[in-house]
Design a protein around this ligand. Structure first.
Ligand code: DAK
Length: 258
């Protein structure tokens, strides 16, 4: 399907999804969020795709939900339409890894979009924030929950209550992003990370993502038990035999996702 607000390219088993509303700093309106959800679902179902990268432009990953679209709505409108209620469901349910490659502004819903991805690689130009408080609302796409888990209560509370932005260096220090690279190297770095993931056994990739995500949803003991069972079950795969044999034979493993 042809999309209007995003551009999707699939190359070497990586689906690159670029948000493309340059006149609105990639603000997330319903059309863009609908297309993004559909693109992620399609990539998740596409056997050729083994990893997904979501990015924006040099200026903005996304400057938040589209304020122009929301401004005139009433409580009854947003509550009865469940505005943005299911927007991130395709990303939350995606079994394949999703990397956010962030340059420029990642604010409000844009910061929340980056955080719903599996990890964030940031350009040194990136700025993160949850400035919804300045609009008389609060974060609504998971920001109060995800930012708090990622950077801790104190910094999350300060960001949400004051609306201040965090630069890339602070975001890395705080654990919001996995690493910071010069802006010119952002896409090269994100695509290289994605490429690395495509070379692994997809069985262990899916299990790994599931196990790490479980740490957000359960107790430590339950999470460790889940991890152990997944670890043990991977011994039922050819890729485990191949991976370990390849190490012992000092050669590259040839994974077949079996
Ligand atoms: N929405 C709509 N348009 C936006 C926008 C946004 N979030 N951000 C920027 N734009 C537009 C600007 O209006 C401007 O359009 P024109 O005036 O040229 O038509 C154009 O993009 C360029 O922006 P600026 O002229 O402002 O550019 P600057 O470089 O001066 O400033 C900025 C860039 C990103 C610092 C600034 O634009 C800014 O502060 N933007 C707003 C950031 C923000 O407040 N973000 C939070 C949005 S609220 C919900 C779930 C989630 C949410 C809501 C409900 N439910 C489940 C119900 C989420 C809410 C949010 O994210």
């Amino acid at each position: 399907m042809a999309f209007k607000s995003i551009i999707v390219e699939i190359e070497d088993h990586v689906a690159l999804i670029r948000l493309n509303r340059p006149d609105a700093m990639n603000a997330l309106n319903s059309a863009l969020l609908g297309e993004l959800g559909q693109a992620v679902r399609e990539a998740d179902q596409n056997e050729k795709v083994r990893c997904i990268v979501i990015t924006g432009s040099e200026k903005a990953f996304a400057a938040g939900a589209d304020i122009k679209e929301m401004a005139e709505k009433s409580f009854v409108d947003v509550y009865s339409d469940n505005l943005f209620g299911d927007s991130f469901t395709p990303l939350e349910q995606c079994r394949k890894p999703i990397i956010a490659a962030v340059a420029g502004y990642a604010l409000g819903g844009g910061c929340e979009l980056a955080m719903v991805c599996d990890f964030i690689i940031a350009a040194d130009t990136a700025k993160f924030g949850q400035p919804e408080i300045n609009l008389g609302v609060i974060a609504g796409l998971g920001g109060t929950q995800r930012l708090t888990r990622l950077v801790g209560k104190s910094k999350s509370m300060e960001m949400h209550l004051t609306g201040r932005f965090m630069d890339a260096e602070e975001a890395e220090r705080a654990g919001l992003v996995s690493r910071v690279v010069p802006a010119k190297k952002l896409m090269e770095t994100a695509m290289a990370a994605a490429q690395k993931i495509t070379e692994k056994s997809q069985l262990s990739v899916v299990a790994c993502k599931e196990a790490v995500n479980r740490s957000y949803e359960t107790t430590l003991a339950e999470g460790i038990l889940h991890e152990r069972r997944l670890f043990q079950s991977l011994f039922a795969t050819n890729d485990q035999s191949e991976g370990m044999a390849a190490f012992l034979e000092k050669r590259e493993a040839q994974f077949r996702d079996r």
